[in-house]
Design a protein around this ligand. Structure first.
Ligand SMILES: *Cc1c(COP(=O)(O)O)cnc(C)c1O
Length: 398
């Protein structure tokens, strides 16, 4: 069996403990055992999201939770401001249009970040906008948006702030309550290291007030049903029970490390990757790169599809290509979840080798050297191996 090195910004590799948890016999969800497991998961999610708000667990992919946020908050015929700069942020506008909601788009070119000042202007021009839909990490471009800054301007208006943190949460800093995020949407299959099929929502008291005040064209996604079930805690309908068991394991590992430490590691790995990419003479795509992933332009004159295919065939390294207008123009590497320092080094090394094999002028070792320099500066304290014992990790941090 060849090694598979899944290094895409979702889905991501799953820890062995989480895989093993799914191999156990299915339990029933209306039992004290399941309620206990769900209670632990919800408490750990509050730690990861840095929130005291209600956290809801939905059995669907991330997009399902995006749809739930839209249909529960904004009535048919209502208005919403949508910050759009890539495939995923544009999805907010597409969902709005499907449900007869008028999106006011603030569009910036792919690869660029949103400016909080422009959001403030739009809020002043559209005081009737119910919500601002935005994105923490735009996975299609690698941009990390300034949600803290956007939260400050939205907080001074009557609108609610909704953030797609599907890929970003658990990799890049995100403080739900401190930043004024009313609805945070998260997917389990990205930085939370769980197989695809679960999504999470954190809902503020102000958002609940809005939800309760409108007609919601939803049944499966009608959020008050999920809120009611929290008393168990339980879910209103049958959840993907084995996935909840897997998520519990992945969250235990994040919790034991602490979310701040997890952010710090993703940041370090991303800085090392960016240094390596630039040392290879390649260009970063994002003007404000997110911690947790790196988007890179293919060099001029190279067949990007062939490069990604060769990385997979030669080394089992699976990277993501570009989507929509940047298909064939960029590729994307993850630095989230189980990714560690040697994943950064080995991915850069594989890229160097393949570039040289394809006749590109890359200097062998240049990317690896630059990345190693960044990693060496920390003396290892940020990167105890996630499998290291607690004592060994504490020793390394000392
Ligand atoms: C992956 C992703 C989505 C879509 O999630 P699915 O689980 O594929 O539905 C939406 N937004 C962002 C930012 C993503 O990274």
């Amino acid at each position: 069996m060849p090694k598979h090195r899944l290094t895409t910004p979702g889905p991501t590799q799953v820890p062995e403990q989480a895989l093993l948890a799914m191999a156990r016999q299915v339990t029933h969800h209306r039992t004290p055992e399941f309620r206990c497991l769900l209670a632990e998961v919800l408490a750990d999610l509050k730690h990861v999201f840095v929130t005291e708000n209600d956290v809801l667990l939905l059995t669907c992919s991330g997009t399902g939770a995006m749809e739930a946020a839209v249909v529960n908050l904004v009535p048919h015929g209502g208005k919403a401001i949508v910050l759009s700069s890539g495939k995923f942020s544009e999805r907010w506008a597409e969902i709005c249009e499907k449900f007869g909601i008028r999106p006011v788009r603030y569009e910036v070119p792919w690869g660029q970040p949103f400016e909080p000042g422009r959001v403030e202007q739009l809020l002043r021009q559209h005081p009737d906008a119910v919500a601002v839909f935005s994105t923490l990490m735009e996975t299609s471009t690698g941009v990390g948006h300034d949600i803290k800054g956007i939260g400050q301007v939205v907080g001074r208006s009557d609108a609610l702030l909704v953030v797609d943190g599907i890929s970003g949460v658990g990799a890049t800093e995100c403080r739900t309550d401190a930043w004024g995020i009313d609805v945070l949407v998260v997917g389990a299959q990205k930085a939370l290291m769980t197989p695809p099929g679960l999504a999470l929502l954190a809902v503020s008291p102000a958002a609940w007030q809005q939800i309760e005040s409108i007609d919601r064209p939803a049944f499966y996604f009608d959020l008050p049903a999920y809120r009611k079930a929290l008393r168990g805690p339980n879910t209103p309908y049958t959840p993907a029970i084995p996935l909840v068991a897997a998520l519990a394991e992945s969250l235990r590992s994040i919790r034991s490390e602490g979310i701040e430490q997890v952010w710090a590691r993703a940041s370090l790995l991303s800085r090392a990757t960016r240094a390596g990419i630039e040392a290879l003479g390649l260009e970063l795509f994002a003007a404000r790169p997110a911690d947790g992933m790196t988007a890179v332009r293919f060099p001029e004159g190279i067949d990007g599809k062939a490069l990604l295919g060769r990385l997979q065939q030669r080394f089992g390294v699976k990277l993501a290509g570009g989507q929509g207008p940047v298909a064939g123009k960029i590729f994307r590497i993850a630095q989230m979840g189980l990714c560690d320092e040697l994943d950064v080094i080995s991915t850069l090394s594989a890229i160097e080798l393949v570039l040289v094999e394809m006749g590109q002028p890359a200097k062998l070792g240049a990317g690896v050297t630059a990345a190693s320099r960044v990693l060496a500066q920390t003396g290892g304290e940020l990167c105890p191996h996630p499998g290291a014992s607690d004592e060994a990790a504490a020793e390394l941090r000392r």
